[in-house]
Design a protein around this ligand. Structure first.
Ligand code: NAP
Ligand code: MG
Length: 510
């Protein structure tokens, strides 16, 4: 049975944030990381700052965890797992109760958490609120599963009995990106804890803050010490050591294809279990009979939502030639209404990119596109407020291409850049859609049900939307075909990633 949580420190991130507007960056000072149930600094005292991408101003600092800190966190998580502090000796219903409590605490702190997320990663406040609401639901959803993980009794003849039981996989290293910081963390933490695992969470260096609040919430909800650990730091220093540590049983990673490949290779040495959620260059296919105006707004949302920093962004907009020019004109009109600015301003619909490096990367694609054969159809404008002059803003851009040869039609940009590509018929749409190394998502816009079903079944993608773009309900499923990943997340599918199956064979004395 889990005792009541010790009095837990609650960082008052709300202080000074209630009145935060696009004109201030409230400082939150230095925040420690959470290892073995204690708030600690890096052993060597290293720190790094995190900034508000709307202004470039510093928000605060966190420890720069390195191998020695990861060693401490993994040792704590290993010990917690082996001593059965969570998975083996805590009744499932008690684990569930703790996770339900986490959901309640996320809801209680929703407004502060949403503002913190805006300050750290730049997204509009309404989007951040939606993220936090989904985080709360995610804990609730997996709390429900904690009491419903069941095994099987396969038939093995009259003289024996075979039981297949599910057990937690062990210590999990969870490595997440910066585009949906708390949501991506919850997507791994909630099923891992429901399954009975212990975890070490490594948030992205650009957005470490909400993971630290998640640790406060876990402790306050009654997650025992050392079951949930957070190490802040940069990937090669605070993530890499988990890949080679034999005490880590499982790595679950969301991020880029390049790092995903490296993780798969490195984890092959001791055959760690690996889940990879990687990138995409997802097709958004608009047939001439598409429902309007939904197809226009959905196609724009699919590539400009969350500043285009979305793994499943429908960044290749394939449009049937007979409606191409008219459809592009309608998307330009829709895009002109996008308002850039600080995410704390409720009238803003697009925030800054997460970092100066990301802004430069995206601008690199934009600058080289014309020479590469792409025609600029629409360019938005950076906000003109001088307070935001140091912000990492890239306005929405629409390019038209004749085929998929230009780099902007092939590579993941992870910014608000749409590439429009014409096609003649269904077969060509599918051929173009498949012409990529990725296979994360695809959207189809048509009012012909047979065409929708044919196309949905033909597409090699883990998620296919019909007459919609981007919904990702936590109860459903997420994951990529081809080089967009390995394994599946969300819904009951995520639980499999944190469970092992064991067969117990009993001779009945026949
Ligand atoms: P990234 O550079 O691959 O980083 C992701 C995480 O991995 C960060 O926490 C990073 O740490 C860490 N990392 C980097 N190098 C590492 C190493 N050698 N060992 C262990 N960890 C390491 O990706 P990103 O730029 O943050 O995120 C954008 C990418 O994520 C895009 O490609 C996008 O498509 C993908 N994404 C996919 C999904 C999905 O569900 N499929 C969802 C969201 C994003 P630092 O940041 O601290 O260096
Ligand atoms: Mg930041």
């Amino acid at each position: 049975m889990i005792g009541a949580a010790d009095p837990v420190r609650r960082n008052n991130y709300g202080l000074g944030m209630d009145n935060a507007t696009s004109r201030d960056t409230p400082g939150i000072g230095h925040r420690q990381m959470f290892i073995g149930g204690s708030w600690v600094d890096a052993l060597d005292g290293g720190r790094f700052v995190t900034v508000n991408p709307a202004t470039g101003a510093e928000i605060g600092s966190v420890p720069r965890g390195r191998a020695a800190d990861v060693d401490r966190a993994v040792a704590a998580a290993r010990n917690a797992f082996d001593s059965g502090r969570w998975g083996q000796s805590v009744a499932e219903r008690d684990r569930a109760r703790v996770l339900f409590r986490m959901a309640d605490l996320v809801r209680e702190r929703r407004d502060d958490l949403a503002r913190l997320e805006v300050l750290d990663c730049g997204k509009p406040i309404g989007d951040a609120e939606a993220d936090i609401d989904e985080v709360a639901f995610m804990f609730e959803y997996y709390a429900g599963w904690a009491t419903k993980i069941m095994g099987d009794i396969p038939p093995v003849g009259p003289d024996a009995m075979s039981l297949v039981v599910k057990e937690p996989v062990g210590v999990c290293g969870l490595i997440v990106p910066w585009n949906y910081p708390m949501l991506m963390a919850a997507q791994k933490v909630a099923p891992a804890l429901a399954a009975g695992c212990t975890v070490v969470l490594k948030p992205a260096e650009q957005t470490p803050l909400s993971a630290l609040v998640m640790a406060e919430i876990a402790a306050e909800a009654g997650v025992p010490d050392a079951v949930f650990n957070v190490v802040t730091g940069v990937g090669v220093e605070a993530g890499e050591p988990m890949l080679t540590d034999p005490r880590v049983d499982k790595i679950s990673f969301t991020g880029s294809l390049a790092v995903g490949r490296h993780i798969q290779r490195t984890c092959a040495d001791d055959l760690k279990r690996v889940t990879l959620e990687l990138g995409g260059k997802s097709p958004n296919i608009v047939f001439a009979d598409a429902p309007m105006p939904e197809a226009v707004s959905g196609s724009c949302l699919g590539v400009f939502g969350n500043q285009g920093e979305v793994c499943s962004a429908g960044s290749r907009v394939l449009v049937q030639r007979s409606i191409h020019d008219e459809f592009v004109a309608a998307m330009v009109a829709e895009t002109e209404a996008i308002r850039l600015g600080s995410g704390l301003d409720r009238s803003v619909t697009m925030g800054p990119l997460v970092s100066a490096a990301q802004m430069e990367r995206v601008n690199g694609f934009i600058d080289s596109a014309p020479a590469d054969g792409a025609r600029l159809v629409h360019a938005g404008r950076r906000p003109d407020d001088p307070v935001l002059a140091g912000g990492f803003f890239v306005p929405p851009m629409i390019f038209a291409v004749d085929d998929q040869r230009p780099r902007i039609a092939r590579e993941e940009i992870f910014g608000p850049v749409m590439t429009v590509i014409p096609f003649d018929d269904e077969a060509e749409a599918i051929r173009l859609a498949h012409d990529t190394e990725y296979g994360l998502a695809a959207a189809i816009w048509t009012t012909d049900i047979s065409r929708a079903m044919r196309t949905a079944r033909a597409l090699r993608a883990g998620v296919v939307w019909v007459n919609d773009s981007q919904p990702a309900p936590s109860e459903a499923m997420w994951g990529g075909y081809k080089q967009s990943g390995v394994g599946r997340e969300l819904g009951p599918y995520a639980l499999d990633a944190y469970l092992e199956s064991k067969q117990i064979y009993i001779n009945l004395g026949g």
